[in-house]
Design a binder for this molecule. Structure first.
Ligand code: FAD
Length: 459
């Protein structure tokens, strides 16, 4: 396999969704595990840094680098094996989440994590970032769905890390018991994933989507907390997703739907419920209508999405919001501005308070309010600000810093699904204790003793 130092090739891998540009010294595109191992071994021998990349949809500059080799895994994109009985798929790292799910759907199966970027994002990237999506409310993020990984470590060895199938285990500290957990979310810093075994779930027999309009943000978020608690009390009733739209996000979704859809609403919650028997449809609807009514929803105004095509439409209006904001942000780049997006989360019951405080901080600094939407059921909104120029960018970044400090004070996290990469790594030391940082560094030293993988990410 050749390693290219051609400037055009290097430029082609110099950007991800962060908006930054970092040009690697070389680019390699292995098509087999053997090629990837050879490449890592020669890089280790030369002490050359190696940064793996998938589809480069990282929003935090995790998949670009200005040192060493950029190792694009996108060409290793085969589904190797699907076992519909034990619900396991064996895949190469470059297969996209969307392509895998299209294949699995024909067999009545699904890889549950559903990042909004699923049609581009690769399984390697999803594992490395512990990606999640709307359905993670029911199924959890990627971590829970990874059974094993084949990894090339920093000594150039190919190792197979498999989750222990034990129900009881008292050997060793918990942090050391399952090395698969070290790899999930490690953002390329511990090695190169060259194959993975994933757990699958059966496609539910029925899925129902509901869009509920609210007279205010607080009513919508109180509904979300109540819906979440009902689902926790009776887990079969936990919705797959509980997505929130503030008034400005709703306006963008309305444009995508067309007409005067949800015209008088000040906030919207979109939820999906899975169930097994056709005759449950009315019961599922009734349950959500009666809960909605307790928070001021008029049942006549609820939109129902009852089949696969309708559910796809519903996802389209959900995805229209980040797509629209990305376009607005891109249009400001020539003027020194861009979209600034947060990825913080708080315990879900604290979301309304956190959003109130976040809005107050924007007001205090005279910054236009963010368009806010996202995974409210997990306490995880996305605030999208638009900086029109470099001055506004500085102001917004200041507001975001203060917001994150507030969020951490509420027991929250700076990054709930996009990772730290290079852009947010300064928050690591704020969010974690020195002892936690030492554990991370010890794992890094054990797997990548020369410190060659993904320089600048996370640590
Ligand atoms: C429009 C948009 C929407 C998004 N929505 C979501 C969302 O809903 N949920 C979410 O979680 N994220 C989301 N993201 C962020 C991003 O798509 C995810 O983090 C995704 O999992 C990254 O996959 P990728 O293949 O693009 O990885 P890349 O961006 O190429 O890489 C990301 C990280 O993974 C590492 N990596 C990639 N492949 C390997 C490998 N084979 N071995 C070791 N390390 C590897 C890289 O080194 C890097 O650190 C979104 C991004 C965009 C642009």
């Amino acid at each position: 396999m050749n390693v290219s130092r051609d400037l055009d090739v290097r430029n082609a891998y110099a950007r991800d969704a962060s908006g930054l540009e970092l040009i690697p010294d070389a680019v390699a595109r292995p098509t087999t595990i053997e090629e990837a191992v050879d490449l890592v071994r020669s890089a280790v021998a030369d002490r050359t840094p190696i940064t793996a990349a998938g589809a480069q949809t990282s929003t935090t500059a995790a998949s670009i680098v200005d040192r060493g080799v950029l190792l694009s895994m996108a060409a290793m994109a085969k589904t190797l094996d699907v076992d519909p009985v034990s619900l396991v798929a064996r895949v190469q790292p470059g297969v996209t989440v969307g392509a895998l799910n299209a294949q699995l759907a024909e067999m009545g199966l699904r890889f549950a994590p559903d990042p909004t970027s699923e049609h581009d994002a690769t399984i390697g990237g999803a594992i490395a970032c512990n990606a999640s999506g709307a359905r993670s409310l029911r199924y959890g993020p990627t971590r829970a769905h990874v059974r094993s990984v084949h990894l090339i470590n920093g000594s150039g060895q190919l190792v197979h890390l498999r989750r222990p199938q034990l129900e009881k285990n008292t050997v060793g500290f918990f942090a050391a018991q399952d090395p698969v957990d070290w790899i999930v979310g490690s953002e390329g810093t511990l090695g190169v994933i060259v194959e993975a075994e994933l757990s699958l779930v059966p496609l539910p027999a029925h899925e129902l989507g509901l869009a509920l309009p609210f007279t205010g943000e607080h009513e919508a978020l109180a509904f979300v907390a109540a819906a979440r608690e009902r689902g926790d009390a009776a887990p079969v009733q936990r919705p797959q997703c509980l997505e929130f739209f503030d008034e400005s996000a709703l306006a963008i979704a309305r444009d995508a739907v067309g007409g005067s859809w949800m015209q008088s609403a000040k906030a919207l919650v979109y939820l999906e419920q899975a169930f097994e028997a056709d005759e449950e449809t009315d019961a599922v609807l009734d349950r959500w209508l009666s809960l909605g009514e307790q928070f001021g929803v008029d049942a006549a105004d609820i939109a129902v999405y009852a089949d696969a095509a309708a559910l796809r439409d519903a996802r389209r209006f959900r995805h229209a919001v980040p797509a629209h904001m990305n376009e607005r942000g891109s249009a400001r780049r020539p003027h020194g501005g861009r979209k600034v997006s947060t990825d913080w989360a708080v315990p879900y019951r604290r979301l309304a308070d956190a959003l109130d405080s976040a809005r107050r901080l924007a007001d205090v600094h005279g910054v236009e309010q963010a368009v806010t939407y996202g995974h409210a059921g997990n306490g995880h909104p996305h605030q999208n600000f638009i900086a029109n120029d470099a001055d506004e960018l500085r102001q917004i970044n200041g507001v975001v810093d203060e917001t994150i400090a507030m969020v951490l004070g509420m027991g929250g996290t700076v990054a709930a699904e996009h990772g730290l990469g290079k852009l947010k790594r300064h928050w690591l030391r704020v969010q974690l204790s020195p002892a936690q940082l030492d554990v991370m560094q010890a794992i890094k030293n054990a797997l990548d003793p020369l410190g060659l993988f993904a320089p600048g990410n996370v640590l």
